[in-house]
Ligand binder design. Sequence first.
Ligand code: ZN
Length: 109
Amino acid sequence: MPTEEAKSVRKCVCDICRAGTDLTTMQYHHQINLFLSRLNEPQRRWYVGLLSQQPDSPNDGELSRITGLDEKTIRKGRRELAAGLADLPPNRQRQAGGGRPAAEKKARG
Ligand SMILES: [Zn+2]
């Protein structure tokens, strides 16, 4: 029975992983999907958009099979990155000067 984690991580369906011929590649694709499973939607497309620009990256169709993201979505991520994520308000980021909340110290004694 698969664990919670195994269920939430996508299984790559690229030719290599389906054939099961190249352990290194299979492991790499699993790690990509493991990482993606921890990201939110925009972060996923930015990461894959970034991957797609690596020198020996698979093409978008291949990346789509690996990650389950649409080719359109991958292109969108790449476009957004190229534009410096300008259209995306950083509303989820920490407020400037926020930092981590001051720890409440328990008075002792
Ligand atoms: Zn694969």
